[in-house]
Design a protein around this ligand. Structure first.
Ligand code: ADP
Ligand code: ADP
Length: 216
């Protein structure tokens, strides 16, 4: 099964992807996590991507498409995956279609998590992440058992540098201009399911499960 989670930065894509990994036993492919790993390791790709990420801009399509082509060819992607944060532009979606043609694959679901801008800005101030696994918490809405510590590995949680309010607002502008047109793009392929992302994390998860269970 191939699922695309679409929605604004901070909409809950990463949180829901982790639930789906457990339910479906397929990998999450988060371009944000992959890019942060490249930045941390100071690879060529990471050096190219860093300034875009810190300023809340998108990394150029060509860089992302090369990275994804390699990733989607990996053996762990054979039985499906959850795309989280890719594609983010129409050219990326077109590039993904080309990769799909080569691999003889296609998407099963595009799940759009809808959340208002004001909720996003409020949420991002409280996001904490495990930089190794990408596991996400919120100081109020999804706190770890021990403050600042990952429940499963005991690693220290961090605040992402691009979650500062002005950068979040920039990312939201980019979302509305570059990414939200993808909803219409996939609507023409009849793949889109919209859900209310403003409810409790577990209710959002149930909405997603219902869509998947109804349509398999
Ligand atoms: P969020 O989870 O808040 O939506 P991500 O972790 O997905 O953020 O992305 C963080 C940053 O990484 C983005 O602001 C952007 O600079 C870069 N990035 C991630 N995915 C892509 C992509 N598909 N295309 C271009 N840039 C990307
Ligand atoms: P994305 O991957 O779309 O950027 P995240 O999954 O990282 O979004 O969620 C952003 C922040 O909001 C995190 O701190 C997360 O714990 C919190 N969060 C996610 N879903 C909800 C929800 N339904 N209600 C309240 N907070 C949420």
């Amino acid at each position: 099964m191939k699922i695309l989670l679409l929605g604004p930065p901070g909409g809950g894509k990463g949180t829901q992807a982790k639930f789906l990994i457990d339910k479906l036993n397929i990998p999450q492919i988060s371009t944000g996590d992959m890019l942060r790993e490249h930045v941390k390791n100071q690879t060529n790709l990471g050096i190219k991507a860093k300034d875009y990420m810190n300023s809340g801009q998108l990394v150029p399509d060509q860089v992302i498409l090369e990275m994804m082509k390699e990733r989607l060819n990996s053996s762990d992607c054979k039985n499906g995956y959850i795309l989280d944060g890719f594609p983010r532009t129409i050219p990326q979606a077109e590039g993904l279609n080309e990769i799909f043609l080569e691999l003889n694959q296609s998407l099963d679901f595009v799940i759009v998590i809808e959340v208002n801008d004001n909720t996003i800005v409020e949420r991002m101030g409280g996001r904490r992440v495990n930089p190794t696994s990408g596991r996400v918490y919120h100081i109020q809405y999804n706190p770890p058992k021990i403050e600042g510590i990952d429940d499963e590995t005991g690693e220290t949680l961090v605040t992402r540098s691009d979650d500062e309010e002005n950068t979040v607002r920039r990312r939201l502008e980019v979302y509305h201009s570059e990414t939200s047109p993808l909803i219409e793009y996939y609507q023409t392929e009849n793949l889109v399911h919209k859900i209310n992302g403003e409810t409790d994390i577990h209710i959002v998860s149930e909405s997603i499960n219902k869509i998947i269970n109804h349509n398999v």
